[in-house]
Design a protein around this ligand. Sequence first.
Ligand code: TH1
Length: 814
Amino acid sequence: MGAPTYSVDGFVREFLHELNTNQGVTLSRSSVNDQYLALASTVKNYLMARWLETNRKTQDAKVKTIGYLSAEYLLGSQLNNALLASDLHDIAAEGLRQCGLSLPTLRAQEIEPGLGNGGLGRLAACFIDSLATMNVPCIGYGIRYEYGIFRQTFVDGRQVEQPDTWLALGAPWEFPHPEASVVVNFGGTTERYTDVDGEERCRWNPEWNVLAVPYNYMVPGYLNGRVNTLRLWSAVATKAFDLQIFNAGDYAQAVRAQTFAENISKVLYPEDSTPQGKELRLQQQYFFVAASLRDFINNELEEGFDLHNLSDRIIFQLNDTHPVIAVPELMRILIDEEGFEWEEAWEATRKCFAYTCHTLLPEALEVWSTELLGRLLPRHLELIYQINEHFLREVHETFPGDEIRARRMSLIVEDREQGVRMAHLAAVAATKINGVAALHSQLLRDKVLKDFADLWPDRFTNVTNGVTPRRFVRMANYKFADLLNDTLGSGWVTDLERLRELEPYAEDEDFKARFREVKAWNKRRLTGLLEARDGIALPEGHMLDVMVKRLHEYKRQSLKLLHIVSLYEQVLSGKIAAADVTPRTVLFGAKAAPGYRMAKDTIHLINKVAEVVNNDARLEGRLKVAFPANYNVTLAEKLIPAADLSEQISLAGMEASGTGNMKFALNGALTIGTDDGANVEIRQLVGDEHFFLFGMTEPEVADLGAAGYNPASYYESNENLRDALNLILSGHFSGGNRHLFDSVVLNLINQDRFMALADFQSYVDAQARVEERYADQEAWTRSAILNVARTGYFSSDRSMRDYLQRIWHTTPMI
Ligand code: TH1
């Protein structure tokens, strides 16, 4: 059967067919969920022929594939993206209308797959979108978590987590392939033996195993006929339950064994950048990586393929250290199963991996205890020790006698307990090591991985992150996309540098008026959504000032909060008149890791400040704080296009890149930001005049830290800052309870690891410049348009071109 025809009639026929045969209902008796599932199936049917064709062509061409290994994919909604990529949107909207249905209603039925925490997971999703659109063969490998990132609710202003039951109403976008399942082993012992040729060999006798079941997802390129694959693994017990135990009468025990296995893919760890070192997490990592390597070798390579040449056909990109256990796993396969000698195994392995580091925070660098590794993956631990031996020999040859350096570089760290530094393992194995923004890559070379950069300078490179213009401009901001299409034609969607052609329009009155009209429309759309979703009323005519990202101390939501409290305090104390406050709504979106106390207390404080500020008539309605719960990709798509001001205020040297910053600039928001991560490049591109820079630079931060940072001195010397902090301490936001927010406030005054107080005045000054520009709407619009025109660089298509040239050394298929 061929693809359904591209016509409204063809679409309606297919849709009704799916409703009848897949859902088993007639249109008149169908639920909205039936209709949504039938719609998803219909769209898949249109893409199916292209998917099969893509797979066939790629296999025949025997080209090099990108194996993107990532523990997280924060995909966002699938329906709209599939409609866009297959050019079906208008046909579907009209076809559904003829059936008496509405596309927006069905779309709202989708629960996004939230299989990631934040930027790292969303980056993976943007990258696979770009590779498909650029016609590059790629398989994304990851985990099909049964529960993705938790759903956030607020109870009395405190975060309460609910399970994310994204699979409950059906999973129309996935294709399970139980027949292609792979066994993944754990535990047990290793054993030395002599093989038939008299060779000394080693074998792993595992103690238990689970079955990894693949679920395939389509990754459609934009209007190009390519459909790549995302393969997510789900864990099931190898035997339904242990019959021996069952027959012995212990039914409960038999079922428990099954539950144990299936726990592996049960839930996404909700920590962003702060690993907990939990055993289940290591199980997850090895589980998906072992399944993926086995899968590629078994299914993507022809029978008898010589694994010495594996790197001709695959390069595995390690998305941070989470999949790094793949390195000893490939060594194990080549040596123990394929009979390779150490040297040839290492040579083949090294060519197959490249490593992206996404962080600088020391606590984000994964270290697995050798006790745990030895218990769970005994053979891998032996191989890691062996890799380390070979590596340290090389260090000694290059730096004879430098014991201290060798100890610093060792894969093994002797702390309270012995551990394996996964970033060092990645650095030793990878053909290339990259950071995710220019400043970050520089700091990797100069600080975090300095010894490695001294030893192998050529292995280090930078690829600045990017975001997909399909989802984050064309889809999320379709009114603006229409304006761009009218002005430039539609080529910008796959060639974002063409936004440059917008520069002259920054002086065009008619264009500026239309640009403002689009922004106003996006704000109205957001107002309607937040009203319905959260009961939040956004006032009209306010500057929309947005800070959305994970809640983390280094990102400094507390600095934004201090700015709000200070403005409020100055009005209360009569230092400024309410009438002089720029009408502004500050919108937060942020999830805190459930175990991260300070982050949760900060959320509580923001909500309490919002409650008081929003209801104090003395502000004359000129300052509002909104904090819709459960910020996710779906909400981001509505929020970002409506924003005027983008808050990117991390302490310099802490945010590796940021990608929200790029999305805001591309949607015509101006940035107030520090010289950190990709902010640096955004500012260089848009120009100082169109970016509100504040705060210490990274070297200044380092100097202040070295000199001894004393936050209390800022509290003492800065009156507005002190008054703001004192207002919180007075119990004003906590019904008179003076100690409710001690954890947050006293930490700022006494510790303030991320130097919010040191940057406070500079931030307030920058906000004054923001207000000045905003008062001149012509000037503001001009700056906003120039932000768009000059940030085409931040397309993830460009990131992928950089990876292809600098790291993967491969080209798109023709
Ligand atoms: C983020 C970085 O914090 C952010 O700056 C960057 O833009 C993004 O990655 C994409 O490169 C990170 N997320 C995580 C998540 C975990 C561990 C480390 C990082 S770094 C779980």
